[in-house]
Design a protein around this ligand. Structure first.
Ligand SMILES: Nc1ncnc2c1ncn2[C@@H]1O[C@H](COP(=O)(O)OP(=O)(O)O)[C@@H](O)[C@H]1O
Ligand SMILES: [Mg+2]
Length: 252
């Protein structure tokens, strides 16, 4: 199962992504948790050691590895160099979990497809298309790490949306971007729902068949985030509405 999570900053992407990662871990399934948001905080939300997180190098910054694998260099460019070792050496491992940071995609003109980007693309291709482990990608609203090629590996994109106009507007923009990449299923997750009015607002604004579910506002989640505790240790810690989303994600 390969899932991407996107949405506006602060909407709850990392929270939802971390909870999905925890669902896989509670089932003893190996899972890659990928932080692909420049405002990287998935590791902290997962409760990983801040010092280890600080010393984990984002893949885009592995200049030595990228050079050694000769990405985008020379005349005989290896189009599909082996990147399996990258997932072994540049991930933080904790039981069934492997955590990695993507780092920023380099922007440039349309002719620019620099070696860092092609390296990131090769790692994502490996993870999304070649390997069997579950993957949860925590992405910014720009979803710029994905291409049509790698998007084929994604079974589902969850767009986390708070019940505000700004939240909706970003969610619809993400929906369009993901649609352009032809991602198989793009579903909305309403988050921080505090009232029937919140729920009704989202229901009135988005097509009902496109909802994976709604998640209530949770004081417990907020309190754990303040204390820097992992969000989930047991099934009881899952957010209200989350397990249903997970079941749906795995059933579809
Ligand atoms: N359902 C929820 N109930 C309460 N607080 C939440 C909920 N979802 C997210 N939060 C809080 O909202 C803030 C932003 O969430 P986060 O997952 O970091 O957003 P993003 O990754 O989209 O920027 C965090 O403080 C988080 O603890
Ligand atoms: Mg985040």
């Amino acid at each position: 199962m390969k899932i991407a999570v996107s949405g506006k900053g602060g909407a709850g992407k990392s929270t939802v992504a971390a909870q999905l990662v925890s669902c896989f871990m509670l089932q003893q399934m190996p899972v890659f948790a990928v932080d692909a948001d420049p405002d990287a905080n998935l590791g902290l939300v997962l409760g990983l050691d801040p010092e280890k997180l600080d010393s984990l190098r984002p893949l885009a910054e592995l200049e030595d590895v990228i050079e050694a694998k000769n990405f985008g260099g020379g005349t005989l460019v290896d189009l599909n160099p082996d990147v399996d070792d990258v997932l072994d050496n540049y991930t933080l491992q904790e039981g069934q979990l492997r955590f990695l940071k993507m780092g920023a995609i380099k922007q440039g003109g349309s002719a620019c497809y620099c070696k860092e980007n092609s390296f990131l693309n090769a790692v994502l291709t490996n993870m999304l298309l070649d390997r069997s482990e579950a993957v949860v990608l925590d992405m910014s609203a720009g979803i710029e790490h994905l291409t049509r090629g790698t998007a084929r590996g994604i079974k589902m994109m969850l767009v986390v949306v708070e019940p505000t106009r700004a939240g909706l507007s970003t969610a619809l923009a993400v929906d369009r971007l993901a649609g352009d990449l032809e991602i198989e299923q793009i579903l909305f997750v309403g988050n921080k729902i505090r009232s029937d009015a919140d729920r009704a607002y989202l229901e009135a604004s988005l097509p009902s068949e496109r909802f994976a579910g709604m998640i209530g506002f949770s004081e417990q989640v907020l309190e754990r985030a303040r204390r820097g505790e992992p969000l989930v240790s047991t099934k009881q810690d899952l957010l209200p509405g989350l397990e249903k989303i997970y079941d749906q994600v795995c059933r579809r």
